[in-house]
Design a protein around this ligand. Structure first.
Ligand code: PXP
Length: 238
C-alpha cells in the first residue's frame, strides 16, 4: 500500500500565528500516527514561519513512524539532518522566501552541488529523495547524483486534473516507468487532495509514498483529523 506521510507545516503555521504552543505540534503528530498516518513530514524553511528547526528535533525523538524532512540544503539544513538523522530527507530547490515549493531540481545544472550534498547527507543514514518535475533528463540526473528516491512535484498534475485527467497524468506515468527502470523509488507531493489522489495512485506504477499537507489539514476542519486521514488512506488502498 502507498504510504501517507502527513505534512504538518500548516499546523505549525497555525501555532505560530499566536506565538504560543497551541496547537501542539507533537500532539498532532502522535494523533496522526494513531489515526493511521504512515509518516510525518516537516519542511523547515529558513525563516521558520511554519515548522521550526527545533520542531524537527522534537518530533524525531518521539514519533514512531518515519520522519521525512524536506528543505533546501543550505548549511543549517544539512547540519540539522546530520544531527537528527531522519528516515528520509527530501531536497527541494526553493528560494529562501518561496511561498511554497513550485518546481523540481535541474539535476544537470546543479550536478556537482547535489552530488557533494548527497554524499554528506547520506552519512546521516537518511534516504535521500529529490523533488523533481516529470522530465526524463532530470530523473536520470537524480540517479547520477546519488539520490535514492525522487518526489514528483505534482502541482501541475493537480491543476490540470480537473480539466483533463488523462493529459494531466500522462507525463507522470511515463516518467514513473522511466524512474523505476533506473531503480529510483518514487514519492509524490504538492496539491494532492481527495479528488485527485486516487487517480494519481492508480496510474503511477511503484508509487511508494505521498506527502500531503495543505488539503489534508483543510479537510480536517470539516471532517476532523481522524476521519480525514482515513479518507486519504482509502484513496491509497490497492
Ligand atoms: N512536497 C514538498 C516538497 C513540499 O514543499 C510540500 C509543501 O510543503 C508538499 C510536498 C506538500 O504539499 P501540499 O501542502 O500542497 O500537500
Amino acid at each position: 500500500m502507498v504510504r501517507l506521510s502527513v505534512n504538518l507545516n500548516k499546523v505549525a503555521l497555525l501555532r505560530n500565528s499566536r506565538g504560543n504552543d497551541y496547537p501542539n505540534l507533537l500532539k498532532v503528530a502522535l494523533d496522526c500516527e494513531r489515526f493511521g498516518a504512515d509518516g510525518i513530514t516537516l519542511h523547515p524553511r529558513p525563516d521558520e514561519r511554519h515548522a521550526k528547526f527545533e520542531d524537527v528535533e522534537l518530533l524525531k525523538e518521539h514519533i514512531s513512524t518515519e520522519l521525512n524532512v524536506e528543505g533546501y540544503p543550505n548549511r543549517r539544513f544539512i547540519e540539522l539532518i546530520k544531527k537528527v538523522k531522519p528516515a528520509q530527507c527530501t531536497l527541494v530547490p526553493d528560494e529562501p522566501g518561496a511561498l511554497t515549493s513550485d518546481h523540481g531540481w535541474d539535476t544537470i545544472k546543479n550536478k556537482s552541488f547535489l552530488e557533494e550534498t548527497i554524499i554528506e547527507l547520506k552519512k546521516s543514514g537518511a534516504r535521500i529523495s529529490l523533488f523533481i518535475d516529470p522530465i526524463e533528463q532530470f530523473i536520470e540526473g537524480a540517479k547520477l547524483v546519488g539520490a535514492d528516491n525522487i518526489e514528483f512535484y505534482t502541482g501541475p498534475y493537480a491543476k490540470n486534473y480537473s480539466l483533463h485527467p488523462i493529459h494531466a497524468i500522462e507525463k507522470f506515468s511515463l516518467c514513473a516507468h522511466f524512474a523505476s527502470n533506473l531503480e529510483l523509488g518514487i514519492n509524490a507531493g504538492h496539491d494532492l487532495n481527495l479528488e485527485n489522489l486516487k487517480y494519481f495512485k492508480e496510474n503511477i506504477p511503484n508509487l511508494i509514498e505521498v506527502s500531503i499537507g495543505h488539503a489534508l489539514i483543510t479537510d480536517s476542519l470539516y471532517y476532523g483529523l481522524e476521519n480525514t486521514i482515513g479518507m486519504y488512506k482509502r484513496c491509497l488502498v490497492p
